[in-house]
Design a protein around this ligand. Structure first.
Ligand SMILES: [Zn+2]
Ligand SMILES: [Zn+2]
Ligand SMILES: [Zn+2]
Length: 474
């Protein structure tokens, strides 16, 4: 059991908390401190992603507000990696950080290249912290490499004293006051960013957006990200309707218009990273997509900010998907779901300039196909019935059964006599009433040809309908 453990400050880097503990406990031997807290032989720098936190939590005396989740969420850098994992994976990683079993290898290396090697401070946060709490500490947000300005004070971060060039490092003492070790007053070096310069505005934007990503309460997993990228990319035509990336070059061109090369370089981006597969890698989160900065920029490109990108109502991509998102109507008049949007699946395939969509009702088996133009996505009105389904067939069979004897007798004669049929109401072609009428007419006129003429269809159709059920009867 420890005698005490310091309370963490808002957004305090975990290494800073451990540092304050060692200072307050007058134990300057890093290794023994690490062993005391985590039962681990590790050096402080590894605390970018601390392990065995439960070891520590169990040793903290009395009542405290620490918890594993809170420690990771508010004081580690793992939240930066959250968008790259499914929520299940993420929870497993959190568990592993609590008590390392060695089973899970988290991307510590991916994380490390995002965190500054030197300790960075905002000169005005130093002043403010010192005035409000009586000491200064290391803020997590300031340590992320591509964050170059303080999101709260709009000033450049410093990693060394401007006067004596002394750099701030974890190997030396961390600052407890707003003075460097040579007693130079650091807040006097605060340099405001110029909001008129667009590249400086971008630095500020990246800082606030990164902060949002770190602080956000919402569960941002890879599923959400992928879904939102897909919708935006579809809307802007970087995705083809069948879900494949296309026009990568268009995307790169548009991206570089939105973010001029000079601005990207100021953020430390190497332009080689924007390569042939840029869109594919980042939209699908496949391959080496672990660059949070690129994700922040792409989200900005699409929605103006990370916040908008994650929380905006998803743009309506319906017009960009052939036949829309569904659900679609069952067109079988005998089905209980007739004209109801009950079909949830659409099978799309394309051939040459046409995209075909096949829809099948689960309730009745009625299956039909629609066509649309590949470029305009304009749907053709006409539908093609592939299968009328079991509900229809059963009913038709029953009707047929009713007349079965008569039909068989009639067909023995099948005289081609022309009968004058009184003007009658003909139901919609191929509706069930129409099929029923067809049987009745045939029984009266006893001719395929005549039946076809009266019902406005072909002899073949009449024959088909008549023989279809007869087979089953006999
Ligand atoms: Zn600040
Ligand atoms: Zn100095
Ligand atoms: Zn149906």
């Amino acid at each position: 059991m420890l005698n005490f453990f310091p309370n963490p400050y808002p957004d305090e880097d975990f290494r800073s908390i451990v540092y304050r503990f060692s200072k307050l406990s007058a134990n300057t031997d890093k290794k023994s401190v690490m062993y005391e807290l985590f039962q681990a032989k590790t050096v402080r720098n590894k605390l970018i992603l601390p392990r065995n936190i439960l070891n520590l939590l169990n040793k903290i005396p009395g009542q405290h507000t620490y918890s594993l989740k809170r420690m990771i969420k508010e004081h580690s850098y793992l939240p930066l990696m959250k968008p790259f994992y499914t929520l299940t994976e993420y929870n497993r990683i959190v568990e592993d950080i609590g008590q390392t079993t060695g089973a899970i290898v988290v991307g510590t290396n991916r994380l490390r290249h995002m965190i500054s090697n030197q300790v960075r401070y905002c000169p005005l946060c130093l002043l403010e912290d010192y005035q409000t709490i009586g000491e200064t500490y290391v803020h997590r947000i300031h340590q992320i490499k591509f964050v170059q300005v303080c999101p709260y004070h709009h000033v450049y971060l410093i990693s060394s004293c401007r006067e004596c060039q002394r750099s701030f490092s974890y190997d030396k003492e961390l600052l407890g006051t707003p003075f460097c070790s040579n007693q130079h007053y650091l807040p006097s070096y605060a340099k405001q960013i110029n909001h008129v310069e667009t590249n400086e505005t971008l630095l500020y934007k990246v800082a606030t957006n990164t902060n949002f990503l770190l602080q956000n309460e919402k569960d941002i997993g890879i599923e959400l990200l992928r879904e939102n990228y897909r919708d935006h990319a579809l809307k802007q035509g970087y995705f083809s309707p069948n879900g494949l990336t296309r026009k990568n070059t268009n995307f790169i061109r548009d991206f570089l218009v939105y973010f001029p090369i000079g601005h990207l370089e100021a953020l430390g981006i190497n332009l080689n990273q924007i390569n042939r597969k840029f869109a594919q890698i980042y939209f699908n989160l496949q391959g080496n997509h672990y660059n949070v900065l690129f994700h922040i920029l792409i989200m900005n490109y699409f929605s103006g900010s990370v916040n908008n990108f994650l929380n905006q109502i998803i743009p309506n991509t319906e017009p960009f998907i052939p036949f829309g998102c569904g659900p679609w109507e069952c067109l079988n008049e005998l089905c209980t779901e007739f004209n109801q949007p009950s079909i949830k699946l659409c099978n799309r395939y394309s051939y040459k300039e046409v995209i075909y969509g096949t829809f099948r009702c689960e309730k009745c088996g009625y299956t039909y196909t629609k066509k649309c133009n590949r470029e305009t996505l304009q749907t053709v009105e006409k539908i093609y019935v592939r299968d009328k389904g079991w509900v229809w067939n059963k009913k038709e069979f029953e009707i047929h059964n009713l007349y079965a004897m008569k039909i068989q007798q009639t067909q023995r004669f099948n005289k081609r006599q022309r009968t004058i049929v009184e003007k009658m109401h003909i139901p919609k072609k191929h509706s069930f009433a129409w099929t029923k009428l067809l049987l009745q007419v045939y029984l009266t006129v006893k001719s395929y040809k005549e039946t076809a003429r009266i019902l406005g269809t072909t002899e073949i159709t009449v024959k088909k309908i008549l023989t279809k059920n007869q087979m089953k009867i006999s």
